[in-house]
Write a new protein. Structure first.
Length: 160
């Protein structure tokens, strides 16, 4: 299992690097991350528990997407494509995180990582290397938040 933990750490760093550098991430990183997290998650939870957590987290993400679409509709007075405002990679990473967390922890992680992303973007936009793209590297920032969480939990002698 230790090998999978290092693989997850490497994948999260790769996602962060590519998202900061190019604002896009290779699909293979997401696929390997899904496989690794499922293997690690089965070490702590049954298939039924995993499916229940995933379903609840997916319902929460659907609610967020619906609320976002409603806000966009009220703002622009027309139906707007949400992919103009959030990247497919960002959505994929959130779906991957649905596998790892139970519902309460997912809501807390998502909220905290979005606040961290807002603060990081506000601080980093002052630097020229960051400003060559107009978008926020949300998947990169959230992957670093997730990696930080995994490291802290591992140092605290808890299993990933």
């Amino acid at each position: 299992m230790l090998w999978f933990k290092f693989l997850v750490a490497g994948l999260l760093l790769s996602i962060a690097y590519e998202d900061f550098k190019n604002r896009m991430v290779r699909l293979v990183f997401y696929l390997l991350l899904v496989a690794s997290l499922i293997i690690l998650r089965f070490d702590n939870i049954s298939l039924i528990g995993l499916l229940i957590d995933f379903g609840m987290n997916l319902a929460y993400l659907s609610l967020l997407l619906f609320m976002s679409l409603t806000v966009l509709y009220l703002r622009y007075k027309k139906i707007t494509n949400p992919l103009l405002y959030i990247g497919v990679g960002d959505i994929l990473l959130l779906l991957i995180f649905c596998i790892w967390f139970d519902t309460i922890n997912f809501v807390v992680f998502n909220t905290v990582s979005l606040i961290v992303a807002l603060i990081a973007h506000s601080l980093l936009k002052q630097f020229e290397f960051y400003n060559k793209h107009k978008t926020i590297p949300l998947a990169g920032i959230q992957s670093l938040c997730f990696l930080s969480l995994l490291i802290i939990r591992n140092i605290d002698a808890q299993p990933f």
